[in-house]
Ligand binder design. Structure first.
Ligand SMILES: NC(=O)C1=CN([C@@H]2O[C@H](COP(=O)(O)OP(=O)(O)OC[C@H]3O[C@@H](n4cnc5c(N)ncnc54)[C@H](OP(=O)(O)O)[C@@H]3O)[C@@H](O)[C@H]2O)C=CC1
Ligand SMILES: O=C(O)[C@@H]1CCC=N1
Length: 267
């Protein structure tokens, strides 16, 4: 039986614990949670998922894995508090955007550390996660981390610097897609459909297009051209996207997010 301790009990911690319990890779009894001050939140997670609240400091010393899941701005205070509570045996997994293995090592000591960038679709076993390790992570720990992440979606190993790009693309990615859906729903109702109908049509369209890209050997532009009849509706729509600088908007979005990840690294 493992002991996995979450330091921070917000959205990402909930997505991960929910995914792991649902996918049967961890039991609720193996998961411990703590946060800064919000006791109601801990009680809610305890009652909803059956996970344990950390009510005995000895738990930290017995932990196989400590998961850092606070906001990057709170990380230094949290790590300073944590340092005296944990032993050298515990591995640390950080889901924090930006914060480097070097910084974590500085505050928590030279130990096995993995940086993971999951996304909130972990909740339903559909995360796209990136992972980078330091050289203290053993083969067994590495397999355990990969197994945990594969249980909640797909995982790809990258070098640590590339995690900034992973964060900008797939870490933040669900928010871009929800933002797109907000726009479809707003405009869909303007052109005569109900919000529910737009939701139904466009969630299926997003899922179908993603699945086509996964299954097909065609590049996205080839699949796009198969939809686009000369002089037809798609052509008119794509022309409007081009006139409104679609590519520039996406480029700015990803570059700004990547740059923010880098600046979070500097505190
Ligand atoms: N949300 C997302 O989609 C993703 C988030 N991430 C990363 O996950 C991390 C958490 O994000 P998210 O879950 O959205 O954040 P939330 O704001 O939802 O949760 C943050 C949690 O950290 C706790 N916390 C703050 N300070 C401390 C401390 N000193 N000791 C212990 N716990 C503390 C808070 O406790 P309290 O409420 O009591 O203050 C709260 O439970 C971030 O670093 C983010 O970069 C990564 C991938 C995706
Ligand atoms: O917005 C953020 O900073 C975090 C990291 C990726 C998703 N949410």
């Amino acid at each position: 039986m493992k002991k996995i301790v979450f330091i921070g009990a917000g959205s990402m911690a909930e997505a991960l614990m929910q995914g792991w319990i649902k996918q049967n890779v961890l039991t609720a009894q193996e998961i411990y949670i703590t946060n800064r001050s919000d006791k109601e939140r801990l009680q809610f997670l305890h009652e909803t998922y059956g996970v344990n609240k950390v009510d005995d400091p000895a738990i930290y010393q017995q932990a196989d894995v400590i998961i850092l899941a606070m906001k990057p701005k709170d990380a230094i205070v949290a790590m300073r508090e944590l340092k005296s509570k944990i032993t050298a045996q515990s591995a640390v997994v950080s889901v924090l955007a930006g914060v480097s293995i070097e910084t974590i090592t500085h505050f928590l000591g030279d130990r096995p550390i993995a940086r993971v960038m999951p996304n909130t679709s972990a909740t339903i076993g559909m995360s796209a996660s990136g992972i980078a390790f330091n050289d203290k992570v053993s083969a067994t720990q590495r397999s355990m981390f990969l197994e945990l992440l594969e249980a909640i979606g797909s995982v790809i190993e990258v070098n640590e610097d590339q995690l900034h790009a992973v964060t900008a693309l797939s870490g933040s990615g669900p928010a871009y897609i929800y933002y797109l859906m907000e726009a479809f729903e707003r405009v869909g109702t303007k052109v005569g459909l109900s919000k529910d109908t737009v939701r139904l049509l466009m969630t299926q369209t997003l899922a179908g297009s993603a699945e086509m890209l996964k299954q097909s050997t065609d590049e996205p532009d080839v699949l796009r051209k198969k939809v686009t009849s000369p002089g037809g509706t798609t052509e008119a729509g794509i022309q409007a996207l081009e006139q409104h600088h679609f590519h520039e908007a996406i480029e700015a979005c990803i570059k700004e997010a990547e740059a923010r990840s880098r600046s979070l690294a500097n505190g």
